[in-house]
Design a binder for this molecule. Structure first.
Ligand code: ME8
Length: 521
């Protein structure tokens, strides 16, 4: 597996904790975690950051509705996001809260640099604002709602806002941004989103209102203390705060700029903020840009957007309790083509996981390990000479790491899993054709060889799938008596040792069933 030598910094968006985490938050965290784990297993130096976006009017309004102080509200809600990460095995290195003192300091520093560059000026803002999107919109972008009210392109209500405000000279960055997209075609991914953004920027950019005076829940503008910064200035800067910037040594030196590979994973609704505002702020402050912004699709519940009014909001933790963490992870990673929208339902999770986990990988492991326990005294048998069928299986498995790595370089998560499960399919075909259970009576040596090849296939597949289904893969590797230091991609090259004693085999992949109320409907 080729390990790019640059340190890899990968981030999720930071979630608004104005409600409990929903399936979209879980999806983004799982996908980003899977990518981080994949590259760690490849031997790369990886740093993975996630967190919460606690400032802004949206938080103020929700706290007010609950008759709560906004800081208390944030303190109550943020732990739900941390708990979601823990339950889903999201292996972040840093969980950031934008209310941290360190974030205030970093955001004020980036502001000072933008100001020193002559990009900030004080004026009056008059225009449309959507609190739900925390976004300003031009009149021409708005749509008419059913009752004649104005709606943002995302379908959220907008309000007419008039305030004294600091402005960022975004209009001066049009050419620089277009040049960035042209010179660096991988900056916005997938490609369809790049075209959308490039078209938008070509249409011209207006200066951006970057401060508010009507509330004080945010980062104070240096030297203009009655202003708090627009929540997106403070939110985007989290990516630097988490590297201890403005300290330019240490983490920042390692994971940002020339020597590093920086990827932001976000949903399609916030691509504009990450590919227009963020690079413009960074250019203004004289800082290097990230390498890639990947806008994933939205997850739909049986094809429908989840919403409180429809009553179809899924708690990702409950979903993991019902089906198992790795089943939910596997389903989301395999079923959704990363970058496109995807749909989920209990039936689809059960069908996919039973086919791929319980049948393909589970049966292969179960059959192999129980025959080794029964026929080989629970120790890994020694393989004899390889037949043509053996050679074919070996070659198939050997080709997977490169195929998976190529897919993951493009963040085609689903394709990497497809390649790995093609290997499981081959191994199942092999065991069915070679029939070690009947061959044993006539040629025990050959039966041992077949069982060895199958056990080695299980080992390789478990290592290859570990980034997607960490707990299940580790349980399989425990069954194969593999040490903790023999579970990364480099270990693929060291075959299973003959003579190794294996524990009493246990089923690792449970067969899922539809919960009663789902099955009845
Ligand atoms: O946008 N399917 O926070 P957020 C998939 N605080 N992804 C979804 C989704 C769905 N149904 N719904 C939301 C914010 N997301 C800002 C980000 S980053 C500096 C600041 C994704 O809580 C969404 O696209 O509304 C975003 O990437 C993430 O969840 C957090 O959304």
């Amino acid at each position: 597996m080729t390990a790019d030598s640059k340190p890899f910094y990968i981030t999720t968006a930071i979630s608004y904790p104005n409600g409990k985490p929903h399936i979209g938050h879980a999806y983004e965290a799982i996908a980003t975690d899977a990518i981080a784990r994949f590259f760690r297993l490849s031997g790369r130096d990886v740093r993975f950051q996630t967190g919460v976006d606690e400032h802004g009017l949206k938080m103020v309004k929700t706290a007010r509705e609950r008759d709560m102080d906004v800081r208390d509200f944030a303190n109550e809600m943020t732990p739900y996001f941390m708990a979601m990460c823990d339950v889903l095995n999201v292996s972040y290195d840093r969980f950031i809260r934008t209310t941290e003192e360190a974030n205030h300091l970093a955001v004020q520093e980036i502001w000072r640099r933008m100001e020193a560059n002559g990009d900030l000026y004080l004026d009056r803002y008059e225009g449309w604002y959507s609190v739900r999107d925390e976004a300003y919109y031009d009149e021409k972008e708005l749509e008419d709602g059913e009752g004649g009210e104005k709606l943002s392109p995302q379908g959220t209500p907008v309000e007419w806002t008039v305030e004294e405000s600091w402005f960022f000279k975004l209009s001066e960055y049009q050419d620089k941004l277009l040049d960035l997209y042209a010179r660096n075609p991988g900056f916005i991914q997938p490609e369809s989103r790049r075209n959308e953004i490039a078209n938008f920027v070509e249409g011209g950019l207006r200066d951006l209102s970057v401060s508010r005076t009507s509330f004080d829940w945010g980062v104070k503008v240096p030297g203009s203390e009655d202003h708090v910064m627009y929540v997106w200035v403070d939110a985007l800067t989290n990516y630097l705060t988490g590297l201890d910037w403005p300290d330019e040594d240490g983490l920042y030196a390692r994971y940002w700029g020339e020597g590093a590979d920086v990827t932001h994973i976000i949903g399609k609704d916030i691509v504009r903020f990450h590919t227009i505002y963020w690079p413009a702020f960074l250019m203004s402050a004289g800082l290097p840009l990230p390498d890639r912004v990947f806008g994933h699709g939205f997850l739909l519940n049986r094809g429908q957007k989840e919403s409180k009014s429809v009553g179809n909001v899924t708690d990702p933790i409950a979903l993991a309790e019902t089906f198992g963490v790795d089943s939910v992870r596997y389903f989301l990673l395999r079923e959704v083509s990363f970058g496109n929208d995807g749909s989920y339902s209990a039936e689809a999770i059960v069908t996919r996981c039973n086919a791929d986990l319980a049948n393909d990988l589970g049966n292969l492991a179960q059959r192999t390990l129980s025959m080794i326990a029964k026929n080989c005294d629970g120790t890994v048998p020694a393989p004899g000479e390889a037949s043509e069928a053996d050679a074919k299986l070996i070659a198939t498995l050997e080709a997977i790491p490169a195929e998976a790595a190529e897919a993951m370089d493009e963040l085609a998560i689903h394709r990497a899993l497809e390649a790995i499960w093609r290997g499981a399919g081959e191994a199942n075909l092999y065991i069915s054709e070679e029939q070690p259970w009947s061959v044993r009576k006539i040629d025990p040596g050959r039966a041992d060889t077949v069982l060895y090849r199958c056990a080695e296939a299980v080992r390789q597949l478990a290592i290859l799938a570990r980034w997607a289904i960490p707990e299940l893969a580790d349980a399989l590797l425990d069954q194969l008596s593999q040490g903790k230091d023999a579970r990364d991609f480099a270990a693929l090259a060291t075959p299973l040792a003959a003579g190794l004693t294996l524990p009493q085999p246990q089923g690792v992949f449970p067969r899922l069933e539809l919960p009663a109320e789902q099955g009845d409907s």
